[in-house]
Write a protein that binds this ligand. Sequence first.
Ligand code: GTP
Ligand code: MG
Length: 195
Amino acid sequence: MKVTKAEFIISAVGPNQYPEDALPEIALAGRSNVGKSSLINRMISRKNLARTSSTPGKTQHMNYYRINDTMYYVDFPGYGYAKVSKVQRAAWGKMVEKYLAERETLKLVLLVVDLRHPPTADDRMMHEWLKHYDIPMCVVATKADKIPKTRLPRHIKIVKETLGILPGESFIPFSSELGLGRDELWSLIESRIAS
Ligand code: GTP
Ligand code: MG
């Protein structure tokens, strides 16, 4: 997709703030600091529309970005951030679960994981949960630029095995730094929002 327009719409804390124009939504889930906001910026070729930070826990609400007036990226707060209180964590879980289970305009979840390390217990739980509810999903393994090329296949294998990704499930190695995987991910998103 050629992105001609990208705007921040709202930082939503609950369903009454979600947009009502029924455009298709692509949501990003993943560990805090894994690179979700950076991935959005790379997809839309904007430096810092989705706010990124080296401090984990930057994205606290569901941030909506409208692209070309045709779709939204929905940037979730990251999970697994130790400094978040139990109460906050429970609130996060409720908000995200409700969204994932009930949002009719949701077309695809990008489960963003770190290609450098084996997925965490939280990553595995999220993957299982999305599968269980039959929510269309693509695992995007980011920060590929931090791994020497020759070792990429090994890292890809470990991530796939740890999550139990089956042949036929969508999996895309990615780098927000280099743009690796961008075209492939756009193709997938475009086919999902057309369906
Ligand atoms: P939260 O909003 O806290 O959940 O984090 P996030 O998942 O949105 O992560 P964010 O995009 O803010 O990125 C976290 C850090 O990782 C930043 O310092 C980014 O510059 C860095 N980063 C993200 N993606 C990549 C990548 O593909 N390659 C490299 N080298 N660094 C990356
Ligand atoms: Mg973020």
